[in-house]
Design a protein around this ligand. Structure first.
Ligand code: DQA
Length: 148
């Protein structure tokens, strides 16, 4: 089972970016942790981060036949990128939206997600653990589908 882990804008700065909100873990340490956890669940992760909407969409297109599902922290694109939403709907792969912070407890513009309606689920508010929880949910979803 292969999982594409997509991270959007500003997530490359995790560790130094607003640590009171996003914690002190770097993106590479989060990726290391979930890579290990994925292995324990019998899955393999492919990681990609970009600050550019089109690059995220290109990666989705490129790997659409090579992966079984997507973990997506789209950063601020979550709240307004119809292009990313259409890409997720278009590739027809199960996708979990995730956020480190509890977006619903923050500014109003973060309460809306244009991606959630085309995702199988959303995890937010658990810091770096949001990645692990989202991974477990996605792997279980794919395994159930494959068993049918
Ligand atoms: C975020 C929440 C978004 O609102 C914000 O724009 C981010 C990070 C999170 O992981 O909590 O860049 O996706």
């Amino acid at each position: 089972m292969k999982i594409l882990v997509l991270n959007g804008p500003n997530l490359n700065l995790l560790g130094e970016r607003e640590p009171g909100i996003y914690g002190s873990d770097t993106l590479s340490s989060i990726c290391q942790t979930i890579s290990q956890e994925a292995q324990e669940l019998g899955a393999e992760c492919i990681f990609f981060q970009s600050n550019h909407e089109g690059a995220l969409i290109d990666k989705l297109h490129e790997l659409r036949h090579d992966v079984d599902g997507i973990l997506l922290n789209a950063g601020a694109y979550t709240h307004y990128s119809y292009a990313l939403r259409d890409a997720i709907a278009g590739v027809r792969l199960p996708c979990v939206e995730l956020h480190l912070s509890n977006v619903h407890a923050r500014e109003e513009f973060r309460h809306q997600s244009v991606l959630a309606p085309v995702c199988i689920g959303v995890v937010c508010g658990f810091g770096a653990d949001s990645y692990s929880l989202a991974l477990t949910g996605l792997v279980r979803h794919i395994a159930k589908k494959q068993a049918k």
